[in-house]
Design a protein around this ligand. Structure first.
Ligand SMILES: Nc1ncnc2c1ncn2[C@@H]1O[C@H](COP(=O)(O)OP(=O)(O)OP(=O)(O)O)[C@@H](O)[C@H]1O
Length: 230
């Protein structure tokens, strides 16, 4: 269970204070897909950064499986990022001079869980491209490698920031399906988007507006990713 409890985040820009999140509370159940939806500047990336331990809340509690991230030392927070969290970004963030297979291995080595990189590449249907460098792959293929890399860490929490933003609709649906599959393996998936159509596949949708919760909607019957009208 992941809890965001009365969380505020203030950024200091010189003299000016930016209230990026203002008393935000929501919960995420293990093994579910949660979409964070909202317009530009509403606080989506800030929320993801706090969940991923990349930044600290100014007020409130961010709790992941009974660990309060706000109480962790920098070293503990770094361990948390390495061991508990997988990240998928809009522009893939692959290492350009490593092959698809090597990009996955690097994440697996980080957590020393002896993952078999090839197995994860197979899961995203890219075995035939294992020796290709990122520059030799399409956007959708790079994103599949990025997902395989994140999953190789066996993360409890998979955080995705606009993972389909750079992809066409057909490829985007495949990527969403992979994320959904990950949630079926007990990984909690949190997906940030401004695309309301994608929100239909979520178990829970947290709507943000101006750093506040606008509403939280639970989908009793989340939509099959293949049916999303992009
Ligand atoms: N490091 C920072 N320093 C100062 N202000 C920041 C910082 N990061 C975000 N902000 C501000 O906090 C607010 C929320 O930003 P955030 O990036 O979380 O929004 P977002 O919903 O992810 O937007 P987008 O969809 O455009 O990525 C914005 O006003 C933004 O300018």
């Amino acid at each position: 269970m992941i809890k965001f409890q009365n969380v505020s985040k203030i950024y200091n820009l010189g003299e000016q204070e930016v209230l990026a999140l203002n008393d935000v509370s929501f919960e995420i159940e293990a093994g579910k897909v949660t979409v964070i939806l909202g317009p530009s500047g509403s606080g989506k990336s800030t929320t993801l950064n706090l969940l991923g331990g990349m930044d600290r809340a100014s007020r409130g509690i961010v709790e992941i499986n009974d660990t309060n991230l706000t109480e962790l030392s920098d070293h503990q927070l770094s361990e948390y990022r390495r061991k508990v969290v997988g990240f998928v970004f809009q522009f893939y963030n692959l290492i350009p001079n490593l092959t698809a297979l090597e990009n996955i291995g690097i994440a697996a080595n980080l957590t020393k869980n002896d993952a078999n990189s090839g197995k994860y590449l197979e899961a995203v249907d890219l075995t035939s491209r294992k020796n290709n460098f990122p520059s030799q792959l399409s956007g959708g293929e790079m994103q599949r490698v990025a997902i395989a890399r994140a999953l190789a860490k066996k993360p409890k929490l998979l955080l995705c920031d606009e993972p389909t933003g750079a992809l066409d609709s057909q490829t985007g649906r495949k990527i969403i399906q992979l994320l959904k599959d990950a949630s079926n393996q007990k990984t909690s998936v949190v997906l940030v988007t401004h695309n309301a159509a994608i929100a239909q596949i979520a178990d829970r949708v947290v709507h943000l507006h101006d750093g506040k919760i606008a509403k939280i909607v639970d989908n009793a019957a989340p939509m099959d990713p293949r049916k999303v009208a992009w």
